[in-house]
Design a protein around this ligand. Sequence first.
Ligand SMILES: [Zn+2]
Length: 365
Amino acid sequence: MLQMKKLILLFFVLIFANFFACAQQKQTDNLIIVTLDGLRWHELFTGADSVLINDPKYSSDTQRVKDKYWAPTAIERRQKLFPFFWDVVNSLGQIHGNRDLGSKVNVMNNYRYSYPGYNEMFTGFPNDTTGKANSVEYPNKNSSVLEFINNLPDYKSKVAVFTSWNAFHAIFSEKRSGIFVNAGYDSLRFKSPAFELLNDMQWHVRNAGMPSNERSDMFTYYMAKEYIREFKPKVLHIGLVETDNFAHEGNYESTLNSANMADAWLADLWKMLQSMPEYKDRTTMLLLTDHGRGDKIKSEWKDHGININGADEIWFAAIGPGVRPLGEIKQPEQLYQAQLAQTIAALLGLTFTAEHPIEAPIKGL
Ligand SMILES: [Zn+2]
């Protein structure tokens, strides 16, 4: 009898030991994080908006944009706009944030604009009032999970960032963190025909009149893709901005086009990763956004910020090792952007520590 009790005890000890080991277990070898700035959950889950797509104020040629993105049901519309999300991520990964089904993801910071959003996402610490600065001149005092990872011997020089917006030099405190950040119109110094061509092209585009603080997402994506091919980073952030820029301009057609283009790049990226032995079945992709936008007052779809109702409502998606194939989450839940930093660490089997508090990771991805 005593023997039996000992066996039962041993059984539970083993169960718990296994549970805790799993909590720290490495789920994936590589992590690619793609951010789509200010992309609303409304478009991701319900496709083109029936009011905005029919308003000539927001779509100069309403017929052209309807031909491309309109369908009678939300399921068909989102499929047209985001085929990679709804074909591939929905069957192999997870998509959170459909508030119509009760799946809620919110930012915790009060500002609801980009710098505080990226700070929250990558540091897990949303309550720093210095996050008010949306500025390229403002190096983040909070250390990020990417800085933490970059300081580990296994990941030294294996963490990189390619973004369209030049503020990421500051968001990731490039000088302190030592992370390789190519943001805005930064020259590429790598000597290969592809890099040299991309570099030449981006400067010509900029000189043709693009804003100086943000380059076209096209360059950011293809430079990042080339960097993966050439340097095989283990952790990479690709930051796209056009979904936010065109929305601020009130150009709904271009907003949809940029979202659709980003979806096509994600499909292209996933396909490339699955064709490379260093990445195939060893790479997790996290698809994230920094803030939401308005909707309750329809004209506020263009804006975000502290006074815009709904600009704290976001979404996220994930695909790859460490992510169960649950598809679109249809159960009520409440998740926060600040949980993503520790989730990034957990996927790599790490526990992120910093000089500031960090929100707990998302459980049960
Ligand atoms: Zn914005």
